[in-house]
Design a protein around this ligand. Structure first.
Ligand SMILES: Cc1cc2nc3c(=O)[nH]c(=O)nc-3n(C[C@H](O)[C@H](O)[C@H](O)COP(=O)(O)OP(=O)(O)OC[C@H]3O[C@@H](n4cnc5c(N)ncnc54)[C@H](O)[C@@H]3O)c2cc1C
Length: 404
């Protein structure tokens, strides 16, 4: 696909510039110029009053696929240090819902080693079956072996829906598997439902910088693949049901991969992944400086919470990048989220609105954060937070005194 401006038609009116969500159009010498950052989204094409913007698409001739052969919902589990990533359990919850609507089986697909004694417990999250691909080398994440194995499994078993965590690992293998299968993949979905008439998966995700929600379908090819960020869906409840276990041994050797994992460097520095935290205290630009950031850390410490931040605070280097909450950061769903000096831009809200309880502290009573907050404190965080810390200390002391 390519885009170009017909300079003879262009009047330099600027309508295209105003319509570009990514700021990729400049007006130079009364003519529009598209910069290299253009994503080819096409938003400008319709806005041009003189039809001077031309988006050229190559025609792709895909073979017609018999989609009726595809049945079942798969969740791909990823793991680190022999522990399954929580997002797999969240996807099992959503996967069960989708499978029930479609009246098909739900399978958990696990590529690994050393999971034999964990399979029974793993099979209690509502799935009908666990497909366990066992190979010594797969105790670690080998990108090319994942892509090869999953592609083969999918070609053989033909599931209609595949759900994958939008983690760095999932984001690595999912598009490559989709490419090999000629399948549609929708990244970073925040909602998944079924259109029963067509059995299509309706995949909703934010687009244009989070300002619009788009619902995407893949009507003519299978499987329908979606990645979902951790924290979007709730973990599937444990049941008494036991999943059927299908074990497939793969005799992979080191030479089968183009890479060799020499050492896995653990991320010990991060106490708890934000996505798994039960309480998060997040700071925004309202904290005012790096020197004042300790106020957020102190409130977090007394609550045994993790520290988060808005994108601004990451850009200002007040907090590490892995602590960013929001559209381009982490999606979190803690029991308690305290937003301090955060205005509540949509790109931040999409990352934390799943919290059970949201408390906002902001000196502006009209700040949008109060629209999603369950409790709001209008005031200067430099006064409110120390007062809160004092109260929490007192309450803790009283509880201890009364042996509670
Ligand atoms: C494509 C894209 C992706 C983005 N992704 C993200 C993302 O992942 N996460 C994210 O957070 N943002 C993201 N943003 C940026 C987002 O649009 C906002 O700019 C950002 O969230 C604002 O951060 P903030 O609330 O800390 O700062 P501001 O919007 O400047 O708000 C500061 C708030 O602090 C309050 N305040 C000031 N002083 C005090 C005080 N003493 N006491 C109490 N309150 C006070 C103010 O009233 C104000 O409401 C993204 C933007 C784009 C375009």
């Amino acid at each position: 696909m390519s885009i170009r401006i017909d300079e003879e038609l262009c009047t330099g009116c600027g309508a295209c510039q105003a319509s570009c969500p990514y700021g990729c159009i400049e007006i130079i010498d009364d003519k529009a110029r598209i910069t290299d950052e253009c994503t080819l989204c096409g938003a400008c094409v319709e806005e041009c009053p003189v039809e001077a913007i031309i988006l050229e698409r190559e025609e792709i001739k895909a073979e017609k696929m018999d989609i009726s052969q595809y049945k079942g919902v798969w969740v791909i589990a990823e793991h680190y240090n022999n522990k399954i990533h929580n997002v797999a359990f969240q996807l099992l919850g959503k996967g069960r819902e989708l499978a029930d609507v479609l009246k098909v089986n739900l399978s958990l697909v696990l590529l690994g080693d050393d999971f034999d004694d964990k399979l029974e417990e793993l099979g209690q999250y509502g799935e009908d079956e666990i497909i366990y691909v066992k190979s010594k080398i797969l105790k670690d994440y080998y990108s090319d072996l994942y892509v090869k194995t999953l592609t083969e499994l999918i070609q053989e078993n033909k599931p209609e829906i595949i759900l994958i965590g939008a983690t760095p690992t999932g984001r690595d293998f999912a598009p490559r598997v989709a490419k090999r299968l000629n399948a549609g993949l929708t990244a970073d979905c925040t909602g998944l439902t079924i259109d029963l008439e067509t059995r299509n998966l309706l995949q909703t995700r934010p687009t244009f910088g989070g300002n619009i929600m788009a619902t995407i379908r893949t009507p003519s090819s299978r499987p329908q693949m979606s990645t979902v960020r951790p924290g979007i869906f709730k973990i599937a409840p444990k049941t008494n049901k036991k999943a059927k276990i299908r074990k497939i041994n793969y005799d992979y050797k080191q030479k089968d991969s183009v890479t060799k994992i020499v050492k896995v460097i653990s991320r010990e520095k991060i106490k708890i992944n934000l996505e798994e935290a039960e309480i998060i205290v997040s700071g925004g630009r309202g904290v005012k400086s790096k020197e004042n950031w300790h106020i957020i850390e102190e409130l977090a410490e007394i609550l045994n919470a993790e520290v988060g931040g808005s994108r601004v605070t990451v850009e200002l280097n007040w907090v590490d990048h892995d602590r960013q909450v929001g559209q381009t950061g982490k999606t979190v769903s803690p029991k308690l989220y305290i937003a301090c000096g955060i205005s509540g831009a949509i790109q931040h809200i999409v990352g934390m609105q799943g919290a059970d309880i949201i408390i906002a502290i902001n000196k502006d009573e009209n700040a949008p954060i109060f629209k999603v907050a369950h409790y709001g404190i209008v005031g200067d965080l430099n006064k409110v937070i120390p007062a809160l810390i004092e109260e929490i200390k007192k309450t803790k002391k009283d509880l201890k005194k009364n042996n509670l």
